[in-house]
Design a protein around this ligand. Structure first.
Ligand code: FMN
Length: 217
């Protein structure tokens, strides 16, 4: 079977999917995200806090990868990574990004755009220390997205890093960074099995004031 045949046989948005009445959308997108996230948890979506982070390089060429959402408060979306990684370098150069969530069991997508800033060192350190020992040992390697010539090199470096975490559990990886994306646009997309999808776009008009508009599907 060719890839094209395989793809053609795969259903998308087969449902059943929940209805979403845009008239019920609250004035604050954070509130709607909280509701949809709880719905995703209740529906058994695996890793509903996983999002796709899109950034651009200096030539404007995009790249995207999956990360975990750490918090959402006052229109600010928190995620964490290494400042020396590809995304870290891209964000340092162009501090703008998009986040995308997809919850297949509900046919729901959430899209966020905004400016990205670096949280203060204390918050980054707190985020780092809340990670599991193995996650901290990995982050302490400090070489995310560098070329790796040999897996054996990783094994050796990781063994040292694990020991470091055991001996000095308060050690914080210097490059570990908590990022804050201040949303200026948040779109909630409810898929419909007949393709009459519902799209509600929030646009920030300053402070915590948002407008809500419908978009064509
Ligand atoms: C479910 C999932 C969660 C992930 N969470 C994170 C995360 O929170 N932070 C992170 O730096 N990388 C995370 N990763 C790894 C990234 O997708 C990516 O491989 C890594 O950050 C390097 O990206 P870059 O080379 O574009 O900088 C996660 C991957 C998956 C599949």
């Amino acid at each position: 079977m060719t890839v094209a045949d395989l793809l053609r046989g795969l259903p998308s948005l087969a449902g059943p999917l929940p209805a979403f009445d845009p008239a019920d959308a609250p004035s604050d997108p954070d509130e709607l995200f909280g509701t949809w996230l709880s719905d995703a948890v209740d529906a058994g979506v695996i890793e509903p806090h996983a999002l796709t982070l899109s950034t651009v390089d200096p030539a404007g060429r995009p790249s995207a990868r999956v990360l975990i959402l750490k918090d959402l408060a006052d229109g600010v979306w928190h995620f964490a990574s290494s400042a020396v990684s590809r995304k870290g370098k891209e964000l340092a150069n162009t501090p703008w990004a998009a986040l995308t969530f997809y919850w297949p069991a509900l046919g729901r997508q959430v899209r966020v755009r905004g400016a990205v800033s670096v949280a203060n060192g204390e918050d980054s350190a707190r985020d780092f220390l809340a990670r599991s020992p193995s996650a901290r040992a990995n982050a302490l390697l400090g070489r995310q997205s560098d070329l790796l010539a040999d897996r054996a090199e990783l094994d050796t470096a990781l063994a040292e890093s694990v020991e470091r975490v055991e001996n000095a559990p308060d050690t914080v990886a210097p490059a570990w960074t908590l990022y804050h994306l201040t949303a200026d646009e948040v779109e909630f997309w409810q898929g419909d099995t007949t393709r009459k999808h519902v799209r509600v776009q929030y646009v920030r008009k300053g402070g915590s004031h948002w407008t809500r508009e419908l978009l064509w599907p």
